[in-house]
Design a protein around this ligand. Structure first.
Ligand SMILES: NC(=O)c1ccc[n+]([C@@H]2O[C@H](COP(=O)([O-])OP(=O)(O)OC[C@H]3O[C@@H](n4cnc5c(N)ncnc54)[C@H](O)[C@@H]3O)[C@@H](O)[C@H]2O)c1
Length: 330
């Protein structure tokens, strides 16, 4: 089976490509190399059938040409940081909505399979004790989540109207190696290593459900072969933990004091809790997460300690800023 992976130079897309590298598949990685990407994520790739193309998923001519050559398109290409979407929603609208539209047009024309990688954030806040399943109402709270939700609707409409082959996945917060330093876990690790104050938004009680990135990409691979077209699948490892505890766990691993925590003004529109139920993928596909949270977090912290040459070139005052939504993002 041959793949077009869009956004394969980012955190999850590169993990997917590394995961596929021992398969006998042709892999084309189409990535514009915007903020969040890093070709170094794929430096040691051994797949001889791998090809990288730098271009925009909104370029319909490129997509037409590439989609014809493969069996499946998996789209990870996105503007992915909530804080930047609050400062400037425009690139999110352009890539996450218009980019998905452009892929859908090529999928429709060439009748190939589309895996649309979405997020649990499209459901918005979950009430205490309740979790969203795939039929729950979509209720996004920030511009990032709203553009992802719009893309989900577009995919569903192309399935119903044109009968395209497609699957939508909605995963919870990922962590693991090669995650861009602007996100909570790498930012906390890197700021702690550098003995900088570690920012916590508001009271730090916001709950996220964490999954290791390799569990996520394994779920996507399982859906490529066993998923049912037209369906949505939630993906979670049921590790619901608040941000304060995550930060404290990282400080414990690094043997740093909790005095390094600095409470800063909360992110506008901040969701209090994300919670989804992924019994559908477990029952229908047989996928279940393999990573145990505390061990995987420690491995991830150790990876950042041992791979400073990977993240040092990526950090500046903007990537490590305590409140990125207050900055001017073009
Ligand atoms: N990170 C998470 O915790 C998480 C959780 C659930 C779902 N997701 C979804 O998974 C996908 C990947 O997330 P990630 O964390 O790897 O993001 P990322 O920001 O690390 O990677 C996104 C990649 O897309 C590329 N890109 C951006 N705009 C592009 C364009 N117009 N054309 C071509 N390439 C473009 C970037 O260069 C980058 O390599 C996103 O759709 C995101 O919504 C992420």
């Amino acid at each position: 089976m041959n793949f077009l992976v869009c956004g394969g130079a980012g955190f999850i897309g590169s993990a997917f490509i590394r995961h596929l590298q021992n398969h006998n598949s042709k892999i084309i990685n189409l990535d514009l190399l915007t903020i969040g990407s890093n070709p170094e994520n794929l430096k040691n790739l051994e797949n001889k059938n791998y090809q990288f193309i730098k271009d925009d998923i909104r370029n319909g001519d490129t997509l037409n040409h590439l989609v014809r050559e493969v069996d499946v398109v998996v789209n990870f290409a996105a503007e992915s940081h909530v804080d930047r979407s609050i400062a400037n929603p425009k690139p999110f609208i352009e890539t996450n909505i218009l980019g998905t539209y452009s892929i859908l047009e090529a999928i429709r024309k060439h009748e190939k399979m589309f895996i649309h990688v979405s997020t649990d954030e499209i459901y918005g806040d979950a009430e205490e004790q309740s979790s969203f399943d795939e039929d729950s109402q979509i209720n996004p709270s920030n511009p990032y989540a709203a553009t992802k939700a719009a893309a989900d609707h577009l995919v569903a409409s192309y399935y119903r109207t044109y009968g395209i082959k497609c699957i939508t996945t909605r995963c919870t917060n990922n962590f693991g190696p090669y995650q861009f330093p602007e996100k909570l876990i790498p930012k906390t690790i890197i700021r702690s290593i550098k003995n900088l104050k570690v920012p916590l938004y508001g009271n730090g009680q916001q709950i996220r459900s964490w999954i290791h990135v390799y569990d996520h990409v394994h779920a996507i691979e399982s859906l490529v072969s066993k998923g049912k077209s037209g369906e949505v699948y939630n993906i979670t490892a049921y590790n619901e933990i608040n941000n304060k505890i995550i930060v404290e766990k990282i400080l414990d691993i690094l043997e740093k004091s909790y005095d390094m925590i600095e409470y800063v003004k909360d992110r506008p529109g901040h969701d209090k809790r994300y919670s989804i139920d992924s019994s559908k993928i477990q029952k229908e596909i047989g996928w279940k997460p393999q990573y145990q949270f505390d061990d995987a977090l420690e491995e991830t912290v150790n990876w950042y300690c041992e791979n400073k040459e990977w993240w040092e070139p990526l950090i500046d005052d903007k990537t490590l800023h305590p409140q990125p939504w207050t900055l001017n993002w073009k």
